[in-house]
Write a protein that binds this ligand. Structure first.
Ligand SMILES: *Cc1c(COP(=O)(O)O)cnc(C)c1O
Length: 399
């Protein structure tokens, strides 16, 4: 079973006594033991087997094993959300006096989590520019337990050198965790480039249908034991119901992600040629500053493209409001395409100065491409661009 499509549908299949072909949803809190001795053995870990669904559950376990195979990891541990997964890494790896080095361009709440909830336990949080190795070099030292990055970044699509950051942090005995939500294992496998842990917000492309919030961490067995200990003691466990949605979603992940990446590349190329559009940010461009790195690490550039419409909040908002097919929603990785205005949503809590430093202009729009026909998406974007950039002409022709 070496083919990734085969693995996605065949790995970690399991059946219950009904012989149902589709994997069952083990909606249970507890498990029944054969004897008192059996219960004691399972509780002590002397024999394997389920004990209580906060620790393990067969449906959750099937999702974890299938995801691990796709990431090329020894194992994986699922969590109730992407943030719970990131918090579990921090709980497992950080201690008072240690530091975490994190790129500035990560999912906003990731920074909040480190700064608000781990800094108060005496963890030093050091923020660096994703692509500036000199800053990583300067920030990482013998007290660095964890380096954390997300590549390509959202919304500006900068690419980090996973191997270089991994070797910097390994030289000091720390670990590198990579948030791979954007590309999924279909387009990027960070463990191949030296990352120790891969984390996903699994409700994005992995579910791919916007139905649930979930997270997962993949990596070597020793680290997964630490992650599982966190779920056991702190309780950020994934539900069996959501695990089942994700288990079945993994079966079509490659088809969906490939289709979305193709549509996005096409739309990005087309957007670049439009005179109504300013800068376009996509890691799949030949002209991308880190093209070599992107081609080396990534098998495709994913489903998010960002671009500037006009030069103000007004022009960006007018464009967003003029879209008819594409929805206004602040999420990524659904079957349906969505746009958002980062400056007033995902990055709205930053100061204007922080935003401008991060390159989040008022005119920036982020598009998460879904599974609609690319021609329909292009037509929708085109009519919205025309209505914004030539409003006087549009109203004139209406009269
Ligand atoms: C959404 C997201 C998260 C947070 O995950 P939740 O499941 O919403 O908790 C983390 N990283 C990235 C890249 C995300 O897009």
């Amino acid at each position: 079973m070496n083919g990734s499509m085969t693995q996605a549908v065949r790995v970690a299949q399991f059946q219950d006594s009904s012989d149902s072909f589709c994997e069952p949803i083990a909606l249970t809190a507890a498990y029944v033991f054969e004897s008192a001795a059996d219960a004691a053995m399972r509780f002590s870990g002397a024999s394997c087997g389920n004990v209580y669904s906060r620790f393990t559950n067969p449906t959750v376990r099937a999702f974890e094993r299938r995801l691990a195979v796709l990431e090329g990891a020894e194992d994986a541990v699922a969590f109730s959300s992407g943030m719970a997964a990131i918090a579990a890494i921090a709980h497992a790896r950080l201690q008072t006096g240690a530091n975490v080095v994190c790129s500035r361009d990560v999912f906003g709440t990731t920074l909040t989590a480190f700064r608000s909830y781990f800094a108060k336990f005496g963890v030093d949080v050091r923020i660096v520019d994703l692509t500036d190795l000199a800053q990583w070099y300067a920030a990482i030292d013998d007290r660095t337990s964890l380096a954390f990055l997300e590549t390509p970044s959202n919304p500006l699509q900068q690419v980090a050198d996973i191997r270089a950051v991994a070797s910097l942090v390994h030289a000091h005995g720390g670990l590198l965790a990579v948030d791979n939500t954007m590309l999924t294992p279909i387009l990027q496998k960070p463990l191949l480039f030296g990352a120790d842990l891969v984390v996903h917000s699994a409700g994005k492309y992995i579910d791919g249908q916007g139905r649930c919030v979930a997270g997962v961490v993949a990596g070597p067995d020793v680290l997964m034991e630490e992650m599982r200990a966190v779920t056991r003691s702190l309780g950020p466990t994934l539900s069996a119901m959501n695990a089942w949605l994700l288990l079945k979603s993994l079966e079509t992940l490659e088809l969906r992600v490939e289709a979305i990446a193709q549509s996005t590349q096409k739309l990005a190329n087309w957007l670049k040629g439009r005179r109504e559009v300013g800068a376009v940010y996509y890691s799949g461009f030949r002209s991308h500053l880190q093209r070599g790195l992107a081609e080396h690490q990534q098998r495709g550039a994913g489903g998010v493209v960002s671009f500037e419409v006009g030069d103000s909040r007004e022009s960006a908002w007018a464009f967003i409001d003029a879209l008819r097919l594409i929805s206004i929603a602040t999420n990524i990785g659904d079957t349906r395409s969505m746009v958002t205005h980062p400056a007033t949503t995902t990055h709205g809590r930053l100061t204007a100065e922080e935003r401008s430093r991060a390159g989040i202009h008022e005119s920036l729009v982020r598009l998460s491409v879904g599974l609609e026909s690319v021609d329909d998406l292009q037509a929708d974007i085109e009519q919205a661009l025309l209505s914004v950039v030539e409003p006087s002409r549009a109203s004139f022709t209406q009269e």
